[in-house]
Write a protein that binds this ligand. Structure first.
Ligand SMILES: [Zn+2]
Length: 326
């Protein structure tokens, strides 16, 4: 990190109330004074960020731009507060502004979460529990402003934006065109496999196969020539291909476990989640449902499972079994 600091790039870990731990904000003293991501909207994160900026000789009012790697609360939380203090321009993926209410506003998110959970076989009482628990964090939401949207393969100053949907639809990699640093957000993190969260396309309501999408995106990142990766959580690293390979191996191992949890008669994603994580409750169960569904879809794309709808509910069935029964 010292080498990066000598070129004006600094990591500022900020506290979050989430199990993931600290979220990184990066300060880049380039032609424009830039922050990548903006921590969580808590007084603790604000205190840490402003104190560290002062130590680095930067006044908050001088920040000129905030570039968001994706629209999750631990990454965009303080952007409004920083903008109010500095008038910085906030850049994000074109879908970020539309996605924020769908993630966090109760009535909006119910519109897509309810049919999604029903389709995955979640019982009605658990649907309500999951929706209620997801809104416990609504105090961390602010009146966000996105001033400019970034475009695929287009520069924002010296950084090229590359869209990497998977963990979220708005995940964007920013690569410095000469230094080859990549701000990877939650797309690529050492020792952490990002959970591709459930979602539907806003325009047509079609549920996306988020883990399939993530694996495709990660393959593209693996091919890039990069010097340093600066992730949204944890320490920067240089060996991005081995970190990507470790992530692929982890996905493969998890996929085998998911496959073993599917009985010959078939199971819904919710059944599989309960079989794999019998003791989990509430929000943890939701995140496991996201992971299990992603794996079922990935296994189907590999021809190892197939899906069928029974009364509008998705069931996955091992592929060998259908061959035998035919
Ligand atoms: Zn994050």
């Amino acid at each position: 990190m010292k080498q990066l600091e000598s070129k004006g790039l600094y990591r500022i870990p900020t506290p979050t109330p989430f199990p993931v731990g600290a979220a990184n904000v990066y300060l880049y003293k380039g032609d424009a004074l830039t922050l990548f991501d903006a921590g969580t909207k808590t007084d603790d994160a604000w205190g840490v960020l402003t104190c560290r900026l002062r130590e680095l000789g930067v006044a908050l009012r001088d920040i000129e731009q905030i570039i968001l790697t994706h629209h999750h609360l631990d990454h965009l939380g303080l952007s409004r507060r920083i903008k109010d203090a500095s008038n910085a321009i906030v850049y994000a993926h074109p879908e970020a502004a539309a996605q924020i209410p769908y993630m966090y506003d109760e009535s909006e998110s119910r519109l897509y979460l309810e049919p999604t959970l029903r389709e995955l076989g979640v019982p009605a009482t658990v649907v309500e529990e999951i929706i209620a628990l997801r809104h416990l964090n609504s105090n961390l939401l602010d009146d966000f402003v996105i001033d400019k949207t970034v475009a695929e393969d287009t520069p924002v100053g010296p950084f090229e934006a590359h869209f990497r949907p998977g963990h979220s639809i708005t995940d964007t990699l920013y690569v410095h065109h000469t230094e080859r640093w990549a701000l990877t957000g939650d797309h690529l993190i050492r020792n952490v496999t990002p959970n591709p969260l459930l979602r539907r396309r806003l325009e047509n309501g079609v549920r996306e196969h988020t883990l399939v999408q993530y694996c495709d995106a990660l393959k593209k990142t693996r091919e890039l020539e990069l010097s340093w990766c600066l992730p949204g959580h944890g320490a920067p690293f240089q060996d991005h291909r081995s970190v990507a390979d470790a992530t692929f191996r982890h996905i493969e191992r998890r996929g085998e476990k998911v496959l073993q949890a599917v009985p010959q008669t078939g199971a819904t994603p919710y059944d599989v989640t309960c079989a794999l994580f019998p003791r989990l409750k509430g929000p943890e169960r939701y995140y496991c449902l996201c992971a299990a569904t992603g794996h079922l879809e990935l296994l189907e794309s590999q021809g190892r499972l197939h899906s069928a709808r029974r009364d509008g509910v998705l069931h996955y069935i091992p592929q060998e079994h259908t061959t035998i029964s035919r």
